[in-house]
Design a protein around this ligand. Structure first.
Ligand SMILES: Cc1cc2nc3c(=O)[nH]c(=O)nc-3n(C[C@H](O)[C@H](O)[C@H](O)COP(=O)(O)O)c2cc1C
Length: 356
């Protein structure tokens, strides 16, 4: 798989490898897919302000996330039913993350079991929780995640209801995790009190996934949450939200460093990662791109995808006049107009013609 030349090529191969049903599950969003398109739009609508005549002979693309050094500040976002996209499921993401040198966030609704995924690869891993039971159920699953060695917990809170994903509806196709699920109504009833309960039970590194407003970011910080994972679930839940990068731009100046910020939604390139970091995120996470890379080339494909993003980061930092992420500030970017059409894959401008 090392012959993939750019991530655009990886997505082209993924499109050919996946059935229409699975492609739509992975690639689609909710309703009019406006949130999903705004994710890309918000990223595309920032321009760089480069600096010159600085010594750029050495560039360090590494980052620090949740106190851990990562080779690049790009985590693997949790993906449910990953086994439908690639047979190895969450274990393949964990192995690829470990080989490359970043952290995977493992969905509580993917296969194989959380223990098998934890055992598949070395290195720090985050366990993502969907609440699917009562307090005893929560206690049991967190106990299992702790014993299996997960280093952090991500509680997803943007999913009181399952988004209305019209591609899936029209295909009459549901992912295995949704077909099998019980206890979903308990997810609809999560409150700040239950969040406190879960965090106290876990007693370790904890993040709230699905923060989408300044008001909730402030409430979380006041309750002592140390990591906010800003996300609209890749536009798969509530439609007509802001693009995730615009949400980060609103939240970061208000949080003022009182919590670590992670963001996802539409991140596909090294330049995208740099924009999020300039706005105050410690890292981004990749959802769909992770799935496409696994579909195109399995674990090797995902490692290659991360290598390509690393190459793009080094190139763009060097051209921007920045040796490492700690030097980045909002002065290096500015909001501007977007050139050309924006859809979820508009950054991969070759894709359409290669597929037709
Ligand atoms: C196929 C698929 C399944 C997902 N499953 C989960 C999940 O189980 N738990 C979760 O918190 N988020 C889930 N998400 C949301 C991702 O973690 C992430 O927020 C989103 O994909 C980021 O946007 P991007 O795909 O544009 O990178 C899923 C996303 C996709 C594409």
């Amino acid at each position: 798989m090392s012959e993939f030349t750019c991530n655009q090529e990886i997505v082209t191969v993924a499109r050919r490898s996946l059935t229409q049903d699975v492609w739509d599950y992975l690639t689609g969003g909710a309703e009019a897919e406006m949130t999903m398109r705004r994710n890309r739009h918000s990223i595309d609508s920032y321009a760089f302000i480069p600096r010159v005549l600085r010594d750029m002979s050495s560039i360090d693309p590494s980052g620090t996330v949740l106190g851990q050094k990562v080779r690049i500040p790009v985590l693997l976002a949790p993906i449910g039913s990953l086994q439908a996209i690639y047979a190895g499921g969450g274990a393949s993401s964990a192995k690829a993350a470990s080989r490359f040198g970043t952290m995977p966030i493992i969905s509580s609704i993917t296969e194989p079991s959380l223990e098998d995924i934890a055992g598949a690869a070395e290195g720090p891993k985050v366990f993502q929780l969907y609440v699917r039971g009562d307090r005893d159920w929560i206690k049991a699953i967190l106990g299992r995640a702790k014993s299996a060695g997960y280093t952090s917990l991500a509680l997803t809170v943007d999913s009181a209801y399952y988004g209305i994903r019209e591609r899936q509806l029209m295909n009459r196709w549901l992912p295995p995790s949704v077909q099998a699920q019980t206890g979903r109504h308990l997810q609809s009833a999560i409150t700040w009190e239950l969040m406190d309960y879960i965090r106290d039970l876990w007693q370790g590194s904890f993040m709230l996934k699905g923060v989408g407003s300044v008001a909730d970011a402030l409430m979380a910080v006041e309750r002592g949450v140390d990591t906010l994972y800003i996300s609209n679930h890749g536009g798969r839940q509530l439609d007509h939200c802001l693009g995730a990068l615009d949400t980060l731009a609103e939240i970061a100046p208000v949080v003022k460093g009182r919590a670590e910020l992670i963001v996802d939604g539409g991140f596909l390139r090294g330049t995208d990662v740099i924009k999020a970091t300039a706005l105050g995120a410690s890292s981004v996470a990749i959802g769909r791109l992770q799935g496409w890379a696994l579909a195109a080339g399995g674990e090797d494909g995902l490692v290659r995808c991360l290598e390509l993003i690393e190459r793009e980061i080094i190139n763009a930092l060097g051209l921007l006049g920045v040796n490492n992420f700690s030097q980045l500030t909002p002065d290096y970017i500015r909001k501007t107009e977007v050139v050309g059409p924006t859809h979820e894959l508009s950054t991969f401008y070759h894709l359409k013609e290669r597929l037709t």
